[in-house]
Design a protein. Structure first.
Lengths: 87, 540
């Protein structure tokens, strides 16, 4: 299992556009991938745009992405790239 | 006449007939089905068709309103392919043995409900997106036609709220304005209205009754008002407002991004004067090259007590950031005379215009001055701030100011707070004394800015506040113009630049004179920036 933590810097938080990019990219991976907002109990499917948006992640929130499966390494790298470049 | 109040999302005035958006609301009936697998296949086929429609909408929106706004239809496609959404639909079909329409409707309601209950206006706005995709599926499943507006003449489109696909499918040639009952400033209707430059008022509530369908009305996007069957007076006022707005927009289209250059190639900077943070929007909208005068007084006049360094810093920083690298010239406290704040405890004076005011207060009470300077220098790290000082009459004053600036910088450096070392400092030329010694003053500063209102009052010995003197007050007086020329010549002789930020800058009959004098910058109210640019571009 691999993890990645990131503090959101974008003023709008995880809005539709970056959520869409994340979901699209992670949807191609075979691993089980989850996302959660630190301080919030809900752990949701990072391949679902509705679920990702439902977290209501705002600026300065920290998120934790966890990938578990054959391509977990690539999945975390992809997530890291999208988050650091867009959020 | 009936007047309705809502929220403005895009300025402008639209006059015409109101047409309610006719929506083929799909009525969803729940019924039992025998073959669960066939029903799931029906759903999958409808989904495929919906995805195809969304791709077409995406392509259309790309052409009409650009990629950033078209993106929503890509998000819709993702929502339609969302794992949770599809699972929910299939679960309802399978577990309850019901038709696909019902499963989609219920799922859509549940997800929309989830977004609507979030404590974030942006996410609440997404509830409309979920409803939009669900309605699309239901329409395909039931085979119902799309709604729309039926009209030959352009109309003002009224609706409870329009979803993105409805807005994009409207024939733009037929839309004069939008009036909606609900929706937020973040809704796509609002965003698209802004992108397409269509006057829009939202959140009118249930007062926007369907009874008004077909009636003559006015949408005033500036004030967020809708007038149904306006009376003659309102109609006349609004027609004027509309024409003025159209003229301004036409001017903007013609002149935005153009240089302030005469036919013979002489250039001059055109900046804007502001008195508040809220004015920055107007500066950007009117395409000013910078801010030539930011009156810092409002910070003091709107406060119950001296504004703190932090409070001032936040304001200066925000202006500098919003102007994104363009010059922002901030004038230090210019209080006294006609501008009073009770907590300064200023004495009543016989001659306040000649009294204890502006830099005189700052040099007498250096603590007040230093607080402002610290805030200004801290903010300098966030943009291109320049600082200027009002009511200067001597070289000695400028030297005192520079000594205080030195202290402020040293303190900031010691505490490791970021600031820019190359902040330009200048003085206002608004006393005859400053003009007469302008050669000496120019050696001490980076720039001059002429305050024509005070300079005229002091040169002509005429109190601006006294209406009886209006017939004697001549802003074109040769003495005033000679003062300006002298200051300009002396600034240039010392290799410094000179601007003008008083009301005279907007007097288009003098623009040619100012260009001949070689002024480097004119700063006027935001609304005058483009008329002035137009004038400059017509001069030889």
């Amino acid at each position: 299992m691999k993890e990645f933590k990131y503090v959101i810097k974008d003023e709008q938080g995880i809005h539709a556009r970056p959520a869409g990019m994340l979901v699209k990219e992670l949807g191609r991976k075979k691993s089980n991938i989850t996302i959660q907002k630190i301080g919030d109990d809900r752990v949701v499917n990072a391949k679902s745009i509705m679920a990702v948006m439902s977290l209501g992640v705002k600026k300065d929130n920290e998120v934790l992405i966890t990938a578990d499966g054959g391509d977990e390494e690539e999945a975390i790298q992809a997530a890291e790239k999208i988050l650091t470049e867009n959020l | 006449m009936i007047t309705l109040k809502g929220k403005s999302v895009f300025g402008g005035v639209a006059i015409g007939r109101l047409a309610f958006y006719k929506r083929a609301e799909p009525k969803i009936k729940r019924h039992h089905i025998e073959d669960v697998h066939a029903e799931i296949r029906r759903f999958e086929e409808a989904k495929g068709q919906a995805l195809h429609q969304l791709q077409e909408l995406y392509d259309k929106a790309m052409g009409d309103v650009g990629e950033a706004n078209a993106m929503i239809f890509e998000v819709h496609q993702m929502m339609l392919q969302d794992f949770d959404y599809i699972e929910s639909v299939k679960n309802i079909i399978t577990a309850q043995e019901v038709n696909a329409e019902y499963a989609v409707g219920t799922t859509g309601d549940n997800f929309a409900q989830m977004f609507a209950s979030m404590d974030d206006a942006y996410m609440q706005g997404r509830a409309a997106d979920v409803k939009d995709i669900s309605n699309r599926l239901v329409k395909i499943l039931t085979g119902r036609a799309e709604g729309g507006i039926k009209t030959d003449e352009p109309v003002i489109v009224a609706a409870d709220d329009l979803v993105p696909s409805e807005t994009v499918q409207l024939d733009k040639e037929k839309v004069l304005g939008f009036a909606t009952m609900y929706g937020s400033a973040n809704s796509h209707t609002a965003i698209l209205a802004r992108t397409m430059n269509i006057p829009a008022v939202i959140g009118l509530g249930e007062d926007l009754s369907k009874e008004y369908d077909g009636k003559y009305c006015i949408v005033d996007g500036f004030s967020g008002t809708v007038f149904i069957e306006p009376n003659e007076e309102i109609l006349r006022m609004m027609t004027e407002k509309r024409e003025e707005d159209l003229r301004r927009k036409a001017l903007l289209n013609e002149l935005k991004g153009k240089e302030n250059v005469t036919l013979s190639g002489r250039k001059i900077n055109v900046y804007a004067n502001i008195g508040n943070l809220a004015d920055v929007g107007a500066v950007l909208k009117n395409d000013a090259g910078g801010i030539g005068l930011f009156r810092s007084e409002f910070l003091y006049l709107e406060n119950e007590t001296f504004p703190s360094e932090e409070q001032q810093f936040q304001v200066y920083r925000q202006v500098a950031e919003n102007m994104a690298g363009r010059k922002v010239i901030i004038r230090t406290l210019d209080i006294g005379a006609d501008k009073q704040a009770p907590y300064f405890h200023l004495d009543k004076e016989e001659n306040p215009a000649l009294g204890y005011r502006a830099i005189r207060i700052c040099l007498t009470e250096p603590d007040i001055f230093k607080t402002q300077l610290r805030a200004l220098y801290r903010a300098s790290a966030y943009g291109q701030i320049a600082i200027m000082f009002p009511m200067i009459i001597s070289v000695e004053e400028v030297r005192k100011i520079k000594a205080i600036i030195k202290e402020v910088k040293a303190e900031l450096k010691e505490t490791g707070i970021a600031y820019r070392d190359d902040v330009e400092t200048g003085i206002m030329i608004e006393t005859p004394a400053a003009v007469m010694i302008s050669r000496e003053l120019a050696k001490e500063v980076d720039f001059f800015s002429i305050g024509t209102n005070d300079l005229t009052q002091y040169t002509l010995a005429i109190d601006r506040q006294n209406e009886k003197l209006d017939s004697f007050y001549d802003p074109h007086h040769p003495a005033v113009l000679a003062m300006i020329k002298m200051a300009a010549d002396n600034a240039h002789a010392e290799g410094k630049w000179i601007g003008l930020c008083g009301e005279l800058g907007a007097d288009l009959t003098l623009t040619e004179t100012f260009l001949e004098m070689g002024l480097d910058e004119l700063s006027v109210s935001p609304a005058m920036v483009l008329p002035l640019r137009k004038k400059i571009r017509e001069i030889r």
